[in-house]
Design a protein around this ligand. Structure first.
Ligand SMILES: N=C(N)NCCC[C@H](NC(=O)CCC(=O)O)C(=O)O
Length: 446
């Protein structure tokens, strides 16, 4: 059956800020306490969506979550009116207020793991929202993510949206950032590639400096509940040394699409065995794996982490050409820029590089690939998606105006103490659900 890949980007929320919440994510730590520009952040992300939609890609949008999360703050013991809760948290535990205020749901590669219907036993598209247990500010996302996915992918004849896995270290799950699907054509049965950072029960190498967020046990559980076949599944361990160098998700060191895996030489434990296994499974699905491996000598892991070369989107255009969507930072690093120039000249599978300015998100460790959730859909499934979330000229115009009306252009860490931010945020989100036609998504609307 014919199918296409859709990308659903997270719309940056009005509380976008730099709180240094992600230990192990170099950009988040480096930019802690710098002043953010939520308006610019949201517009940068929206422009990426618009340009990709203009190029003929199927482009959707996922709404931000309600922040600050009063629910979290109340669960943590702050009480009284909403204003009193925020003022008290700002005074007694600003780090908890920051966690409750993060706009991190914008990185929708961490929203869920998605298996297309061609791969699943029951022929439905399966979604498992990621529990994101590794970080408090992210562990509070999955319930709202599930609600949003259910509102958008509502038809049970086509879609199954699971609960997140239990939130415990043994089952740490970071969603599609550690999952790649290979196939010959999108609508054909594919091979789903799960990359984990550590295993809770099988002894193996582990990073020593920074946390491994994804476990083998979580990856396997997702594959099982999605009803994937053994032939259609490959597991690999991320190299612990690169996690210790700041590669907190696999999508910071590798990206794949259809038959192509674009990755760094040091991405995986026992890398050649990983290629062999992937190649063997993929050949059973009628496709031949093509690996573009970037040598350390040309681009170091440190360069990959600062430029986000591998946090690119590898997309197949409707005319069959493959394009690589990279952040501006790749052009600013001379070694990465030279590598990309050669890649295109050498007439490999990548025909064109598209460069995007995503500085506000990048400063928190979120590149083009972090900002999107891939969902492969056949025509009937595409018809069943809530219609208001597809980016076209009209929706772009409405969202652009909505951002301009509601977002601040400056948000310093001390501004999180301002209770007006909650009202501004709720007013904006209330209007947004009408724009997207998603009904009452948020707690404050219920
Ligand atoms: N690689 C992918 N797919 N996603 C990137 C997620 C970045 C996010 N940053 C943050 O959450 C920083 C928030 C702060 O520090 O304010 C994270 O570390 O989980």
């Amino acid at each position: 059956m014919q199918a296409r890949e859709a990308n659903f980007d997270g719309l940056v929320g009005p509380t976008h800020n730099y709180a240094g919440l992600s230990f192990g994510n170099v950009a988040s730590q480096t930019n802690e306490k710098s002043v953010a520009n939520p308006l610019a952040a949201a517009k940068q992300g929206l422009r990426k969506m618009k340009r990709l939609a203009d190029l003929g890609f199927l482009q959707g949008v996922l709404p931000p979550q309600e922040r600050p999360s009063l629910r979290l703050l109340r669960e943590l013991g702050f009480s009284g009116s909403d204003t009193a809760v925020i003022e008290r948290a700002a005074k007694d535990a600003p780090e908890l207020l920051a966690a409750a205020s993060s706009a991190s749901a914008m990185w929708t590669a961490n929203a869920a793991t998605v298996s297309p219907s061609a791969d699943t036993r029951d022929g439905r598209v399966h979604f498992t929202p990621a529990n994101l247990t590794s970080k408090l500010h992210r562990a509070i996302e999955h319930e709202a993510t599930r609600r949003t996915l259910q509102a958008i992918f509502a038809d049970p004849a086509h879609f199954t949206v699971h609960e997140a896995l239990p939130g415990t270290p043994a089952l740490g799950d970071e969603g599609a950032a550690n999952h790649t699907r290979f196939c010959s054509q999108y609508g054909e049965r594919g091979v789903e590639f799960f990359v984990y950072g550590r295993s809770e029960y099988r002894r193996g190498p582990e990073p020593v400096r920074y946390p491994a967020r994804q476990t083998f046990e979580a990856s396997r559980a997702v594959a099982q509940r999605h009803g994937l076949s053994e032939d259609g599944t490959v597991y690999a361990q991320q190299s612990p040394e690169v996690i210790d160098a700041g590669v907190f998700h696999n999508d910071v060191i590798a990206v794949g699409n259809r038959q192509t895996l674009f990755c760094h030489q040091r991405a995986f434990v026992d890398q050649s065995a990983v290629y062999d296994q992937l190649g063997a499974q993929l050949s059973k699905a009628g496709a031949q794996l093509n690996v573009i491996e970037v040598p350390d000598a040309r681009v170091s892991v440190a360069d990959a982490v600062t430029s986000y070369l591998f946090n690119s989107q590898l997309l197949t255009r409707p005319d069959g050409r493959d394009v690589l969507v990279v952040p501006q930072e790749c052009r600013e690093n001379p070694r990465v820029a030279a590598y990309l120039d050669d890649l295109v000249v050498n007439a490999g599978p990548i025909d064109e590089v598209l460069v995007f300015e995503l500085r506000e998100s990048m400063k928190n460790g979120g590149g083009p690939a972090c900002l999107r959730l891939r969902v492969v859909l056949n025509e009937a499934e595409r018809q069943a998606v809530a219609p208001g979330v597809w980016i076209d000229d009209a929706l772009f115009g409405r969202l652009d105006a909505w951002i301009g009306k509601h977002y601040r252009d400056r948000l310093a860490p001390s501004d999180l103490a301002d209770p007006k931010l909650l009202d501004e945020s709720r007013t904006a989100l209330d209007e947004l659900t009408q724009i997207l036609g998603l009904g009452s998504l948020y707690d404050f609307q219920r």
